[in-house]
Write a protein that binds this ligand. Sequence first.
Ligand SMILES: *Cc1c(COP(=O)(O)O)cnc(C)c1O
Length: 344
Amino acid sequence: MPGIIERFRPYLDLPLGVDPITLSEGNTPLISMPRLASDLGAAELHIKFEGSNPTGSFKDRGMTTAITEAVSRGASAVICASTGNTAASAAAYAARAGLRCVVLLPHGGVASGKLAAAYTHGAEVVEVEGSFDQALGLARRLSERAPIGLVNSLNPYRLEGQKTAAFEITEALGGAPDWLALPVGNAGNISAYWMGYRQLADLEGGDLPHFLGVQARGSAPLVEGHVIEHPETVASAIRIGNPARGEQALTAAEESGGRIIAVPDRAILEAQRDLAHEGLWVEPASAAGLAGLRSEVEAGRLNLSGQRVVCVCTGHGLKDPQVPAEPTTLIPPNLQALEDLLKL
Ligand SMILES: *Cc1c(COP(=O)(O)O)cnc(C)c1O
């Protein structure tokens, strides 16, 4: 399968001249969820499952473009700060391109599978005794002084790649959804989706979706209107107190006729469990979109009757396998014991 650069090249503002650095990212499934739709009172609910990208998150869409652009201008090293998924993705695409890759992680704040992925792909992993925002500050300053390319979503080529998810959703549905719900951390992704939908509307006409951006309550700078010094949430991928693309995200939400809201961790974990009970294991941050839709519907602020809704599930659960310890049962290896246990 071609990756997103090959599929959408005419729509991407990307220097040509080198072959794409790709792992066949994109083309992720849009999965219909009739039971969850009916709980929300919506006509349709579809999950855009970005966990099926090669490194398990949507970050791959932006990394194929950012790394390809870095290669095209002769870079030999890249750096990013990351809550985990950007690190895993940068490490994989840099490996593919033969580039040196440095990742800066907030100490103790990264899910085990994401750390393992970055190491396994051969990145130089540096833990910073501080927050993601401090790590991003360091990566940014170093990239201004030294010959090392920044591949965080401050890099415009990241958004060029990430906007392709909007194209895929429109392609699959034959038009834009009425509402699009997604988690918001550093706010690159919501900004990228808005770019994508705007571009399609300019080129081909058609409607734009309303956006519901969702932050975790302990980490909601765009809802509270100020930087959060010590962001706290179980959803580590959106544990960000000073979003680099915050202004752009607020503008996107407003122009779309939607909004950015915050939900408590409890609601995020409930939504994660309910998605898992429908067969989709996503990481906590990825469940924020569904949690946000529910919270707005329950509070009477959103009526989804007759509406077509898409919820972006940004990353796979496998890299963040922390679940509340469920007791398992140990039995001797005989059939009687199994039958007794299952009461069949
Ligand atoms: C990066 C990430 C987010 C947040 O995306 P932003 O572009 O930083 O807003 C949400 N969920 C997952 C799984 C992520 O990896």
